[in-house]
Design a binder for this molecule. Structure first.
Ligand code: TTP
Length: 188
């Protein structure tokens, strides 16, 4: 029997990734305040956000199926990079990632009144050198605007990526292998 869940996400990437798994899902609102708490490190932050999204989704649902929430961040030198607020924010992020590696962290939480399942997937991504012109041209494509770290590996931003060590689907927003493992554990 196909498992039925709610997906607390408006991300089109998460929707299309989840469609690759054998699960029947319905979207539910899981919007939360994404501010970082003082003293909170990157892993604790991304895990908390995934769980808060799942819990928010649960409170907005009919509470008859588990809710999946996820969050993705980019981390450079311990600094958390979320989505850019404007072009100068995007430029600052991309310059800090130029010609070096950064880490992408994606956390997933599946929540119901009976169960809590969680995972966090870390991936290293090495970027080529980026100059100001490239960064500006990239911003004008509109792609960086709603992406953590201001790029999309699955889009035009893929041309900046020299190497990855980790999970491609996690970088895009939902780790397929690990999410499937969690779904196998639901109610088992
Ligand atoms: C690094 C990277 C991030 N991203 C995306 C994944 C996430 O959708 C987004 C990070 O923002 P998130 O806050 O994780 O998610 P979201 O606001 O898009 O969706 P929701 O909270 O409703 O689930 O960045 C890519 O699409 N490609 C990439 O290469």
């Amino acid at each position: 029997m196909t498992l039925k869940i709610y997906l607390a996400s408006r991300s089109p990437r998460r929707h299309s990734l989840l469609k690759q798994l054998n699960v029947d899902f319905t979207q539910v609102d899981g919007e939360i305040d994404e501010s970082v708490h003082s003293g909170e490190n990157a892993q604790a932050y991304v895990a908390r956000l995934a769980l808060e999204k799942a819990k928010k989704g649960w409170s907005n649902s009919d509470r008859d199926r588990p809710v999946l929430g996820a969050d993705t961040i980019v981390v450079v030198d311990g600094n958390i990079l979320g989505k850019p607020v404007d072009f100068s924010d995007s430029r600052r992020m991309l310059k800090s990632m130029s010609n070096r590696s950064h880490q992408v962290m994606t956390a997933v939480a599946i929540y119901s009144s009976e169960q809590l399942l969680q995972t966090i997937v870390l991936s290293d991504v090495e970027f080529c050198e980026l100059d100001d012109k490239q960064i500006e041209t990239y911003w004008q494509t509109g792609e960086p605007q709603d992406k953590a770290g201001s790029y999309a590996i699955q889009g035009i931003g893929g041309q900046f990526v020299k190497k990855i060590n980790g999970s491609y689907s996690a970088i895009v927003g939902l780790p397929l292998y690990e999410t499937n493992q969690l779904l196998d554990k639901v109610y088992s």
